[in-house]
Design a protein around this ligand. Sequence first.
Ligand SMILES: [Ca+2]
Ligand SMILES: [Ca+2]
Length: 494
Amino acid sequence: MKNLRRKTLAAASAVTLGAGLAVTGGLAPAAAAGPETSYLVLAPQGATTGRAAARVAAADGTVVAAYDQIGVLVARSTNPDFAARVAGAGVESVASTAGLGTALDEGETVEVPPALVADATGDPTREPLYGQQWDMDMIHVPQAHAVTTGRPDVVVGVLDSGISSTHPDLATQIAKDKSTSCIGGVTDTTEAAWNPTNSDHGTHVAGTIAAAINGVGVTGVAPGVKVAAVKVVNNDGYIFPEAAVCGFLWAADHGMRLTNNSYYIDPWELNCRNDARQRPVWQAVQRAIRYSQSKGVLNVASAGNSNYDLAHKITDTGSPNNGTPEERANLTNACLDLPAEAPGVVTVAAVGPTGAKSYYSSYGQGVIDVTAPGGDTRFRTQGARSTSTDGILSTTFNTVTRTNGWGYKQGTSMSGPHATGVAALALSAHPDMTPGQLSSFLERTATAKPCPVGVYNPVPLIPTGPNAYDATCSGGARNGFYGAGVVDAYTVVK
Ligand SMILES: [Ca+2]
Ligand SMILES: [Ca+2]
């Protein structure tokens, strides 16, 4: 899956490159307009953006968003020489984000028939579809709800593809005054802008965090808290760095204490150390993450669905021109996969109904912090067939028929929001915790899980090949497959 994503990225980049060649390869003068391109313009760290904004204007650019909090401008220009012209005093770096969008790992949705409406009892286990929510039992959600379902002043930013505001399990759960689109790096708070267009991924994530106990459908982990839609996935299914920057800043400046990030923005880590164009982009995202942490936000992120050892990725993907394995320590911060690997971010792996690592879950000692149910639709048949009921049941929005419903998805996109929901319960019970305290608390209260012995492969019959999902776990009580263990909703509130 990692390779697939890279091919998608490469294709997106190639289109952009082709368009650029068409302009610069002709006889047109240098100042001729090219395609409109988005840029991130970084002022020196700690400086205001005034001088940078003046340079943008002088270089035929338009500032579409100014993030003075972190010294970052989002600019657009059709001038092919924009980056060269904007460089100078007051500008630390400038880079186009063209081709640097990462495709959302969407996964398929398997819808279930609409649930009958039952009496709203306040008991999560009496929700009509609760019998299919093995995930909630695994992390002791009913026991937690006997203590608290969460406080409504805890607002979780769902940086994702939007949330359906008409969904019967979510309509009462959304902080509409804190919801926005961040597509293009620019906020748009109209309700239509932050509703889903071509993806219900964010609707599913939001339901896992906070679907209501209302006699309809499912329960979320923390139905007493609120979710805010912060739409960062564009209509083509890509997350661009400027949207992520906008999302982190929006959440931080609108009083959110938690964000859920079930996506991955993936620098080409083999290139980024020496790639002058990529480096400023990742620096801007990291400034945004650091800023949100300084405002008291704990960010939770999915580890990814590539069964990839994140602790040894340079060795694993080493360039054919360089046979010497390189150590992670040689990497600069600009080469991290974001947001999962940014310092202070809670990185979540996935387990299936048995509590064992999901076949797809990425891993890595020192990278994975905790794990949570994300589903595993292949273990039951060793990979021969897919059993959708071993996925995660949550709220859905059919983007073709434009109807709300419920259905299964699987992925670390689904495990992340379980950890976020547990963090929201923890914060409801312990409102004074700092992000650092909260993340340690999540780890301390998790149920530790040892490494399986030897090479792990739960799906030897999967059609992509008998060894495609081999993985080896390293570490002790805290290890590369499960981090500190499986999060627990009850132990954080009891
Ligand atoms: Ca419900
Ligand atoms: Ca981390």
